[in-house]
Design a protein around this ligand. Structure first.
Ligand SMILES: Nc1ncnc2c1ncn2[C@@H]1O[C@H](COP(=O)(O)OP(=O)(O)OP(=O)(O)O)[C@@H](O)[C@H]1O
Length: 370
């Protein structure tokens, strides 16, 4: 286990700051996700942690050890870091036990201890009895479990995972999330999990760091990220957030402010520093609902533009009467009036984005997991 600390970490490539002044504390034994769109710098940050790339500025520490700073670079093999990649990186000519055992043999761990660790690791990842199977005959999910077992057997203090489920189909991904949780519980290692899939990050991580263009936008618990995004990028990226203009009518009371939204008054959650005046709110499809027709008209009058059947629910696109160009999406559970019908849309929940201070984005930098 290790407490990981990054201070002003910067990596420059081809004249660009592809990791730009990243500071982050990751608590001992926690699972930290790095989440962001393609090209935002997550893999580069992971490579800096592993020691595959050198940084151009800042410092990385594992507990009290400085493992990287400009001019000092601890070799990857001396960092006690385990890696799990989307490509599995298994030896095709070895059987399952041979793969799990390989690095232990290189490190000259005693035979009895090796056998015990391999057996234990295969049990934890759900592959008991697979020791003598050839890896070529395993499915993608089983191969990834072997890669996890190999990592577990090494007892690393830090495990770096780079999109480990990207090659698996949706159903397998679900079951593998349980395997990762078991892995994390059994190893007690600090985990840093890179993904562009927010559902994966939410299901696994204690904390999520959202990255964009080399920088951290928000570091928070999954619940806080969903409920209180710090800016427009995070709001849109997480949970299909939709940004709408509102007018805050009065200063907030106990975290709620009265706002005017498309001509209707409603209450939205907000930061205590929210001021009256123009603001932007984040509304999620699940928090909007079509009012019952027999109820007294309340909510935002809007026309139904489009309905998409999704099995358990319908995704409904609406255009507010007060701003027909603005389209909002809501998720409805029951029957939906026909396209073109006028309905009233109620807002069950919404969040007013904090204002940027002095042109900079107000980033909540939550401390490492308690
Ligand atoms: N050695 C390099 N030289 C030049 N540019 C690089 C180098 N390595 C990465 N980049 C660029 O830096 C940016 C960040 O790359 P990185 O692979 O870290 O992103 P990512 O968030 O992991 O993306 P993905 O999810 O697509 O893997 C990209 O624009 C990439 O093209």
């Amino acid at each position: 286990m290790a407490h990981v600390s990054l201070r002003n970490v910067t990596r420059i490539a081809a004249g660009r700051r592809i990791v730009d002044d990243v500071s982050l504390d990751i608590a001992d034994g926690s699972c930290q996700a790095l989440l962001g769109p393609s090209g935002c710098g997550k893999t580069t940050l992971l490579r800096l942690l592993a020691g595959f790339d050198a940084l151009d500025g800042g410092e990385i520490r594992f507990d009290d050890d400085v493992v990287a700073r400009p001019g000092r670079q601890l070799e990857p093999e001396d960092r006690r870091v385990g890696m799990v990649f989307q490509s599995y990186a298994l030896w095709p000519h070895l059987d399952v036990a041979g793969n799990v055992d390989y690095a232990l043999r290189v490190r000259k761990v005693a035979r009895a201890e090796r056998r015990r660790r391999v057996e234990e690791a295969l049990d934890i990842v759900g592959l008991p009895g697979f020791a003598e199977r050839k890896v070529q005959n395993l499915s993608g999910g089983q191969r990834q479990r072997v890669a996890l077992a190999r990592c577990l057997a090494m007892r690393p203090r830090l495990v770096l995972l780079d999109e480990p489920l990207a090659n698996l189909d949706a159903h397998l991904r679900e079951t593998m999330i349980d395997a990762f949780r078991a892995f994390h519980a059994a190893s007690g290692a600090t985990m840093i999990y890179v993904t562009h899939d927010q559902a994966e990050a939410m299901a696994l991580a204690d904390r999520i760091a959202v990255m964009d263009q080399g920088r951290l936008r928000q570091v928070d618990t999954p619940v806080r990220l969903y409920d209180a995004p710090c800016d427009a990028m995070v709001a849109r990226f997480i949970g299909q957030g939709q940004l709408v203009p509102v007018e805050v009518l009065a200063p907030p009371v106990s975290g709620w402010a009265r706002v005017r939204l498309y001509g209707c008054e409603t209450l939205l959650r907000c930061d205590a520093r929210t001021a009256s005046g123009a603001a932007t709110a984040c509304l999620r499809p699940d928090a909007l609902a079509i009012a019952e027709p027999e109820a007294a008209p309340a909510g935002v009058p809007a026309h139904i533009r489009d309905v998409r059947f999704e099995g358990a629910s319908r995704l409904v696109r609406i255009a507010p009467e007060a701003a027909p160009q603005a389209q909002l999406v809501l998720r409805a559970r029951g029957a939906v009036p026909a396209v073109g019908a006028l309905v009233h849309v109620t807002v069950g929940d919404g969040w007013i984005l904090p204002k940027a201070e002095n042109g900079a984005i107000a980033i909540p930098q939550a401390q490492a997991a308690e």
